[in-house]
Design a protein around this ligand. Structure first.
Ligand code: SF4
Ligand code: SF4
Length: 148
């Protein structure tokens, strides 16, 4: 489950959700450092799996009221360690399926001013840091391998 900027056809670019991704993270934890990790019960997230580590949150795009993982004082996810995610088998749906490559590609396909506008907006909402964008760009070539 990943947000991308959809710009198919004559419609203005808008947020869309795509699923079914497998990113070769290879030790990267960029999206564990600052991003908002909103829980999605409709995708199987159960807050009871994160005792003491969830907080009330409003989804910045939909306005939906819900729960998100807490952050450490430095801003990282409460579950991130030097060795990566400490709850790998039960990380929330957005962690399991987020695809920085597809989000980066959807932004790079936009005209530059439009891309900048979206990057500022998503960055301000804690949905895309510069580090995550760069991680996605660096792995975009693996999208072809996925499709093969
Ligand atoms: S930014 Fe991309 S490569 Fe890095 S941890 Fe997140 S999904 Fe994996
Ligand atoms: S739950 Fe794990 S994968 Fe998800 S943001 Fe936290 S440390 Fe990263």
């Amino acid at each position: 489950m990943t947000i991308v900027i959809s710009h198919d056809g004559p419609r203005k670019p808008q947020i869309a959700v795509v699923t079914g991704s497998k990113v070769p993270c290879n030790g990267c934890t960029a999206c564990c450092q600052r991003d908002l990790i909103f829980l999605h019960p409709e995708h199987g997230d159960d807050p009871r799996n994160y005792p003491g580590n969830v907080m009330e949150a409003k989804h910045p795009l939909t306005g939906e009221q819900g729960l998100a993982l807490k952050h450490k004082p430095g801003g990282g996810c409460v579950y991130v360690t030097d060795a990566g995610c400490s709850i790998h088998g039960r990380a929330p749906a957005i962690c399991r399926e987020f695809d920085c490559r597809r989000l980066a590609k959807s932004l790079l396909d936009l005209p530059r001013p439009e891309r900048r506008r979206w990057q500022r907006m998503l960055g301000g909402q804690h949905l895309l840091s510069a580090e995550v964008f760069e991680a996605g760009k660096a792995r975009m070539h693996t999208l072809k391998e996925d499709a093969a």
